[in-house]
Design a protein around this ligand. Structure first.
Ligand code: AMP
Length: 378
């Protein structure tokens, strides 16, 4: 058990780490981060910020020796980094590095899911260009080709439809290996953020409906009107994924819901997820506090909602015509603004999010979108 007053080490410096760090500081933990970038969203609020490459294993070992427990805030932290922290660290790494190993590589992720009997889209591993034609023959068109490693938010993926030159698509991806998936004609996308404690107890944040724009999450609506059987299946799949992987911490399962109400697992994120950001303001215990509690071995908190809510992302695009109009967005007292402290508002970059409240989560979603439109003078 790692009690308040101890030091939490976080590999990675992005917004997920920042929100975890804010919860940790509120509960009296000290927070250290190791990340390659200076002035990172987490570095700005941490007690100590080590700027080092994840592959600088001496720096990683020193870092792990200075903290009581190490966790990571995104899955692209190399496996060797987590293993080094576990070996040299004063305390444990939670969740364990093997979960990173599975989740950061699409082939391993898909093979884990299929091997454990979880439903996924049809897929084929494509080790190199030579294997593409055969794989495409088996999966058929339309298909989605994704680089096997280090992709997120639709980066490193391309749709191959009836008219696509597959060889050109392969070269455009510049991948050395890829996974080819059948394109799912889904009704909607959904996710469940789950948490699991050291003693195997499970909690979750319900099923959230997710709307994407250009492959990036745009709107998340918790407790949307899903069929009860979808809710039951999605939470049960999430519980068993966490159990199969022996997760101590938080993991999100992203789903496609097909038109016939079938669930297919799209991907796993072994950490809090953008679709769970609503919980920061809207739940008794947020996904970040639950992550802190589980990795520190504390009892889990109650995930019940305080009020219906929804979340929209604020991307760098909102800066296209100058600084956003914060006052216009905040004119509605049921709107909460989160900014991550990033200096450069590039298009598509997640700069912050807005959570809004309403009589229903659908009404909250409309409010959140209205507030975002007001940011850009709409
Ligand atoms: P990913 O990075 O795999 O989560 O993909 C980002 C987004 O691309 C997903 O949230 C979907 O909107 C879309 N996408 C990815 N894979 C597929 C697929 N097999 N079929 C349909 N849409 C997909």
């Amino acid at each position: 058990m790692i009690l308040p007053g101890a030091t939490l080490g976080i590999l990675g410096g992005g917004q997920l780490g920042r929100m975890l760090g804010l919860c940790a500081r509120r509960m009296g933990y000290r927070v250290h981060t190791l990340a390659p970038e200076a002035d990172s969203p987490l570095g700005q609020i941490a007690d100590r910020s080590v700027v080092a490459d994840y592959n600088d294993l001496d720096a990683v070992a020193d870092f792990a020796r200075s903290v009581d427990v190490t966790t990571f805030e995104f899955e692209n932290v190399p496996y060797a980094t987590a293993e080094t922290a576990a070996y040299y660290g004063r305390g444990p790494v939670r969740p364990k590095g093997h979960i990173l190993h599975v989740a950061q590589h699409r082939r391993r992720e898909k093979e884990f899911l299929a091997g454990a009997g979880f439903p996924t889209a049809d897929f084929e591993y494509v080790p190199g260009h030579d294997a593409l034609a055969d794989a495409l023959g088996r999966i058929g068109r339309p298909a989605v080709m994704k680089t096997a490693g280090f992709g997120y938010d639709g980066k490193g993926q391309v749709v191959i439809d009836a008219h696509t030159d597959a060889d050109a698509a392969w070269h455009a991806l510049r991948g050395e290996e890829a996974v080819l998936e059948g394109l799912v004609d889904f009704d909607c996308e959904a996710s469940v953020v789950g948490a699991r404690s050291i003693d195997g107890a499970f909690s979750h944040f319900g099923v959230t409906q997710n709307l994407h724009r250009h492959h990036i999450l745009d709107v998340s609506i918790p407790d949307a009107n899903f069929d009860p059987s979808v809710v039951e299946q999605a939470t049960e799949i999430t519980r068993s994924v966490l159990e199969e992987l022996d997760v101590v911490g938080v993991l999100c399962v992203e789903f496609f819901v097909t038109r016939s109400g079938q669930l297919l697992v799209n991907e796993l994120a072994p950490r809090p997820h953008n679709s769970g950001h609503f919980s920061f303001d809207a739940c008794i215990t947020s996904q970040f506090e639950q992550q802190l509690r589980t990795v520190c071995g504390l009892p889990m908190g109650d995930t019940r909602r305080l009020a219906p809510s929804a979340m929209v992302n604020v991307l760098g695009d909102c800066w296209q015509d100058g600084d956003p109009d914060w006052l216009a967005a905040l004119a509605d007292p049921e709107v909460k603004l989160h900014l991550y402290g990033k200096q450069e508002p590039r298009p598509g970059r997640k700069m912050g999010h807005i959570t809004a409240f309403g009589a229903t989560s659908q009404m909250a979603a409309e409010k959140a979108q209205t507030a975002r439109t007001a940011l850009v003078g709409g």
